[in-house]
Ligand binder design. Sequence first.
Ligand code: ZN
Length: 170
Amino acid sequence: MAVLKICTYPDPILREQAEPVEVIDDDIQKLIDDMAETMYCAPGIGLAANQVGRPLRLIVIDLQKEDCDNGLIALINPELVNASGEASIEEGCLSVPEFFASVKRAEEVVVSGLNREGKKIEISAGGLLAIVLQHEMDHLDGKLFIDRINPVIRDIFKRKWKKKHKEARE
Ligand code: ZN
């Protein structure tokens, strides 16, 4: 297993519409393993394939909580089946390091997709898992959590980000 480089904002790959996975071959199995390793190493609780430079509809999630028996979830070609309620928590993203903001999302979701064996699965989720599923699926459509935050906070973020990266270059 290998730790992959995580693409960070404003890398254009993060804005790409990811392509469906056609065949779950050895390359995809390796990508899942490497993405899991990258996520654990970061550490993070979710990662989408385009964040590691592969614009494919594939996400991995592990809430890494002892009281949670989900373990590693690898979901291929995920689709939102149902969404209800409203919830908002402070989110962060491995592609937007050191920035956190509250995002309004559905409270409960039902998501379908394929697992790594190619079997169709359906996940009904609430709480943190529902939020992470929506966050990671957004990535596959080229969306970042900063697109969904209060515009005033987004402007502050963009200004801070530019300043930080200008300083880093100088
Ligand atoms: Zn993210």
